[in-house]
Design a protein around this ligand. Structure first.
Ligand code: AMP
Ligand code: MG
Length: 349
């Protein structure tokens, strides 16, 4: 399949490009498009045949549900009820990086929800995404626009790399502002439960509901008999080609441990990459040293993490060693993605 790529100026949106992308989706095709979290691979959420093409293009497991993206607060057609807590979350965090899991209406095909009776709904803040949804006229079902298992795309080049020849149209825009996927909060149980940490942090959610908690499975290595609340939790994710190890502990000790490890691997003829930060990058002696951002502004780490993980694929490294981040605010989402990319291979110092 030939893939058409167009780049849209997000500050001066050319409506004809939105219309062109929308035409593909209305015809039952899939389109990659920018959002503020990561790039999405979208199809008409109400069209089962179109939705199947998302799973095919990504190589996504059939039981991993999609999120539907809306541009209107009135979602009664798609979800059974909107409880008071959900209304508050929507008012406070939409449009933005928060996905809310509701009980779904029958109009949402089982293909979209991967046979679940629930559906995740999000209103993105990206103006291009909102215009595209409005132009299509139905919600857009979209997971991240990467091949299943790889780091999510935060720039159009990543989508081209993964999906060229597999989808007919890629709409490119700016680098994704947040850089990690949306927070997913399930409101169908007794208490609000975070299934995936993201741009909306636990302390932000607590402003709406004190009792909200993070599913314990989010930060720990799943046990053998683990039955996840969100099917996506059980898959290895965000993985570059080379294995990843995380070094966790006080910063000086972390740097010393990484320096020691890199030297040992070098002696064995192995090339090691280091995920460092602006504060530490000068402290490393050997290896491919990449700063992922500054510790004084954790948003920069969120924004760069997937890009940095992808860059190593072209560098021919045998191992990637990463510093850890405080599991606080956006750091929770960052560590969740890092741990999954490392398959929970963590060394404590
Ligand atoms: P992605 O495909 O990368 O955007 O991931 C979407 C994530 O949302 C996956 O981890 C899914 O498991 C999760 N998700 C989507 N819909 C639901 C739902 N109804 N219940 C729980 N998790 C969901
Ligand atoms: Mg994904």
């Amino acid at each position: 399949m030939e893939t058409k790529v167009v780049i849209i100026d997000e500050k001066n949106i050319d409506e004809s490009l939105i219309k062109e992308a929308a035409e593909y989706i209305k015809m039952g095709e899939v389109v990659a498009f920018p959002t503020e979290t990561v790039y999405g691979l979208g199809a008409d959420a109400l069209n089962a045949e179109a939705v199947k093409k998302i799973f095919q293009a990504k190589g996504r497991p059939q039981d991993n549900p999609l999120i539907i993206h809306v541009a209107d607060f009135d979602i009664k057609k798609y979800v059974k009820e909107v409880p008071e807590k959900a209304k508050k979350l929507m008012e406070k965090f939409w449009p933005g990086p928060l996905t809310i899991v509701f009980n779904k209406q029958d109009i949402i095909p089982d293909e979209t929800s991967a046979q679940l009776k629930t559906i995740g709904v999000r209103m993105p803040s990206s103006e291009v995404a909102l215009k595209l949804i409005r132009e299509v006229g139905t919600p857009i079902a979209a997971p991240s626009a990467n091949l299943s298992g790889k780091p999510s795309p935060t720039r159009v080049e990543h989508c081209i790399e993964d999906l060229s020849g597999k989808v007919p149209f890629i709409l490119g825009g700016e680098y994704s502002e947040v850089g990690v996927e949306s927070t997913i909060v399930d409101i169908t149980g007794d208490k609000l439960c975070v299934l995936r940490p993201g741009g909306i942090t636990l302390s932000m959610l607590k402003e709406v509901d004190e009792e909200v908690y993070i599913d314990p499975a989010v930060m720990e290595k799943p046990r053998e008999d683990f039955k996840p609340k969100a099917p996506g939790m059980k898959y290895r994710h965000y993985a570059p080609k080379a294995p990843v190890k995380i070094i966790c502990g006080e910063l000086q000790k972390t740097v010393a441990k990484i320096n020691e490890m890199v030297q040992n691997y070098k002696d064995d003829g192995k090339r090691v990459a280091i995920i460092a930060t602006d504060e530490t990058k000068a402290m490393y002696k050997e290896g491919v040293i990449v700063s992922v951002g500054t510790r004084t502004d954790i948003q920069t780490v969120g924004k760069n993490l997937f890009k940095v993980l992808r860059e190593f694929d072209d560098m021919d490294v045998d191992l990637i060693i990463s510093e850890a981040f405080d599991e606080y605010d956006l750091g929770v989402a960052i560590m969740n993605r890092l741990k999954k990319s490392a398959g929970f291979n963590i060394i404590y110092v």
